[in-house]
Design a protein around this ligand. Structure first.
Ligand code: URA
Ligand code: SF4
Length: 212
């Protein structure tokens, strides 16, 4: 896959979030753009102290062009508020910017398909560029795909969630906190879902506590 690098503006003056968002509309860095409705770039505070990184847009996000506006997004918004984060402190984005899905026939329901490592690698230049622009104090990694993008292929959320990890970035050392994806909370069986949700909130509180 050629990757997004060729579509990310080189000019430092055009690497703020709004220019990146505009440029991403033309991205053909992998084949996911074609069946999708539109690119879903990011939302929230372009100078947020916390960046939340999900996997990829879902069906609702693909239709609306905005990340985390479906069921997982509602759960995430509630969890973020419960953890004590104000909206103006939070930037929200995804590791992959187009919705990957399968569909048995045109007009049928579109079923989420996990992006593979090649899609994550292809799309990474956007994520790297936007995190450099936003320069958050803490990056919250939501689930395995974001973990693979930001913390490497051997990263395991279940083993390393809820702790502050320091990694070198283009903007110097940065703090990362991994947690489960809100969609994983929604998929948890009824009798354990509240506990899974509490775990997500607890990990978000770790990110809040890591703010300077
Ligand atoms: N899941 C994600 O990872 N991102 C979204 O934007 C929506 C659902
Ligand atoms: Fe470009 Fe990412 Fe969309 Fe692939 S998923 S076309 S790399 S924006």
């Amino acid at each position: 896959r050629p990757g997004a690098a060729g579509w990310v503006p080189d000019d430092p003056a055009r690497r703020d979030v709004e220019h990146l968002r505009e440029a991403a509309r033309a991205c053909r860095g992998c084949e996911l753009w074609e069946p999708a409705t539109q690119v879903v770039f990011s939302a929230g505070a372009a100078s947020g102290r916390v960046a939340l990184v999900g996997e990829q847009p879902g069906d609702s996000e693909d239709r609306r062009g905005v990340p985390f506006v479906g069921p997982a997004g509602r759960l995430l918004q509630e969890a973020v508020a419960e953890a004590g984060l104000a909206r103006e402190d939070v930037y929200v984005t995804n590791a992959v910017k187009h919705f990957r899905f399968t569909q048995s026939a045109p007009g049928k329901r579109r079923i989420h398909a996990t992006p593979d490592a090649g899609h994550v690698t292809a799309c990474l230049p956007w994520l790297t560029a936007e995190l450099a622009a936003v320069d958050p104090e803490v990056v919250v990694v939501l689930g395995a795909t974001a973990g693979r993008a930001l913390l490497g292929p051997s990263f395991r959320v279940t083993k390393e969630r809820g702790v502050v990890l320091e990694r070198e970035t283009s903007r110097g050392p940065k703090r990362f906190v991994a947690t489960i994806h809100p969609s994983a909370v929604l998929r948890t069986p009824d009798d354990q879902r509240a506990q899974a949700r509490d775990g997500l909130v607890a990990d978000l509180r770790v990110a809040v506590a890591a703010l300077g």
